[in-house]
Design a protein around this ligand. Structure first.
Ligand SMILES: [Zn+2]
Ligand SMILES: [Zn+2]
Length: 200
């Protein structure tokens, strides 16, 4: 009973959601997926993680500086680095990001890579714990990136819906009672845009 085929952005956002689960810093599980809007193919993915060979925040705690954890490369940064690494040209390509990319690390490489459009799931700095310290920084980085030619849109689809449908199909195949499963799925809020940030 597949009732809805996801839009291209919903599909990409659901993948970004899965990618983010590999993040190693619990303050925020950010991630980005870049794709070609014409061929509809995924180009690169990135999640937040420590530099190669270094310990993970989840094991040794965050390394805080000026209200930021500096131990990890951010998910958005990593998606751009992966493109560099594999020689993928991101010029004119699109991306979905679970959150609005930050100004201190991510916006510049994204602008330099030539991404044309970024759809973000939510604004990290709107959350209470970070609002006061970083709101200005995020907003001015957003304006600069837009002036440089990258267009930004807040995601309006349902990012968890395609995942829930997939889980539903698998459970049905395994003979789980329809009514019981649907009851459980209905309890899940499908429009969650980002994780709760842990206070510093
Ligand atoms: Zn951390
Ligand atoms: Zn960032």
């Amino acid at each position: 009973m597949r009732s809805k085929r996801p839009t291209l952005e919903e599909y990409m956002m659901a993948i970004a959601r899965v990618v983010s689960t590999r993040g190693t810093c619990d303050r925020l599980h950010a991630s980005m997926v870049t794709f070609d809007p014409v061929t509809k193919r995924i180009l690169t993915t990135g999640y937040g993680g420590s530099k190669q060979g270094e310990p993970h925040c989840e094991d040794v705690g965050c390394e805080m500086r000026d209200g930021h954890c500096v131990r990890t490369n951010h998910g958005e940064e990593n998606a751009v680095r992966q493109a560099d690494l594999y020689g993928v040209d991101l010029k004119g390509k699109h991306a979905v990001s679970l959150v609005l990319p930050c100004g201190n690390r991510c916006m510049d490489p994204m602008v330099n890579a030539g991404l044309a459009q970024v759809t973000y799931g939510g604004k990290y700095h709107r959350q209470k714990e970070v609002e006061s310290t970083h709101a200005q920084e995020y907003e001015s980085a957003l304006k600069k990136a837009e002036a440089a030619g990258v267009s930004f849109h807040e995601f309006e689809g349902d990012d968890l819906y395609p995942l829930l449908i997939a889980v539903y199909d698998i459970m049905r195949e395994r003979g789980i009672d329809d009514e019981a499963l649907l009851g459980e799925l209905k309890k899940v809020k499908t429009n969650v845009t980002h994780r709760v940030v842990k206070p510093v």
